[in-house]
Design a protein around this ligand. Structure first.
Ligand SMILES: [Zn+2]
Length: 310
């Protein structure tokens, strides 16, 4: 049995919106079992809420943006990845602007704050979304596929026409401990020419070498270099976990990404949920209810017992 978790206490974080360049404050407020992750715009009339759900995604061009009516919350993916990564099921994300702050361009500051606050177990079981049939979505030579597996695994490939990034493949068997150690601190990256183009359109105004790896045609511009030699592809894994966390369930399946990004990741969830034969929702209440082909529920998937309080 895997039980849901929330935070032991509120977490507050201040930062800058990547695109607006404006200061923003986020509060992660503990929420009851079954609540899920919900975003709330505290700066707007009526303080509207948007559930963190794949079918509330309205824009995936530069980041993943949730929307309902006119209300938007952009750049949610690194926070979503952090919450999934350390097993926070229920939280109210109160934000006083249209964008979650970019912080250092990774999930690390969120992880640090969440682990400092600690998490607590709640009186309700988690549900698993077990992938039963392979589902693939494509866009040109990029594609994303979810296929059956006994655990949550992500294989990502990047393939850029660039000497530093060119081809990297990274396969990650999800566990909370490995997420913290191998994925959470991988930063977002950008090409210098793209950053300049975005700036000329009034975007990426909060972007700097403090919150992204920036590469020109031959080199990395950040004076301290990379955190991992394959930091680029690790960040793709980080982003993908944040994007598919919008399924709202714990995932059991192999996510295979080939040059995929936020748009394809979201299309993949739409494609999986479009046909009930593609997946099965399983309560973890009774092990006997789990699929016959076997689902691994090792301690590795249940958390960081020493770092995160019970
Ligand atoms: Zn990212």
């Amino acid at each position: 049995m895997l039980v849901q978790r929330t935070l032991k206490r509120m977490v507050s974080m201040k930062g800058t919106g990547l695109h607006s360049g404006q200061p923003v404050t986020v509060q992660l407020v503990p929420a009851p079992a079954g609540n899920g992750i919900v975003f709330q715009r505290t700066d707007l009339e009526g303080q509207p809420v948007i559930p963190a759900a794949y079918d509330r995604v309205v824009d995936t061009r530069l980041c993943t943006t949730l929307g309902m009516g006119e209300v938007r919350v952009a750049t949610i993916e690194h926070l979503m990845s952090a919450l999934y990564g350390v097993g926070v099921d229920n939280v109210q994300v109160c934000v006083d602007g249209p964008e979650i702050p970019i912080l250092d361009g990774s999930s690390q500051p969120w992880i640090q704050a969440i682990l400092e606050a600690g998490t607590r177990r709640q009186q309700r079981c988690r549900r698993l979304m077990v992938v039963r049939r392979a589902v693939t979505v494509r866009d040109g030579d990029a594609w994303a596929r979810f296929e059956p597996s006994s655990r949550f695994r992500i294989s990502a490939r990047v393939d850029y026409d660039h000497p530093l990034i060119s081809r990297h493949l990274f396969t990650f068997d999800f566990s909370e401990l490995d997420f913290v150690q191998k994925i959470a601190s991988a930063r977002t990256f950008a090409f210098k020419r793209e950053v300049e183009a975005l700036r000329s359109m009034g975007l990426a105004l909060g972007g700097s070498l403090d919150n992204a790896i920036v590469v020109d045609d031959f080199s990395i511009l950040n004076p301290d270099g990379l955190r991992f030699v394959d930091e680029f592809v690790r960040h793709k894994v980080l982003d993908a976990i944040g994007d598919v966390a919008l399924a709202g369930e714990k995932l059991v399946g192999h996510l295979v990404l080939h040059r995929s990004g936020h748009a394809l990741n979201n299309q993949l969830l739409h494609a999986v949920f479009a046909d009930a034969r593609n997946y099965r929702l399983v309560s973890t209440e009774r092990q006997s209810a789990l699929p016959a082909h076997g689902v691994e529920l090792p301690e590795a998937q249940t958390g960081l017992p020493t770092a995160v309080g019970a």
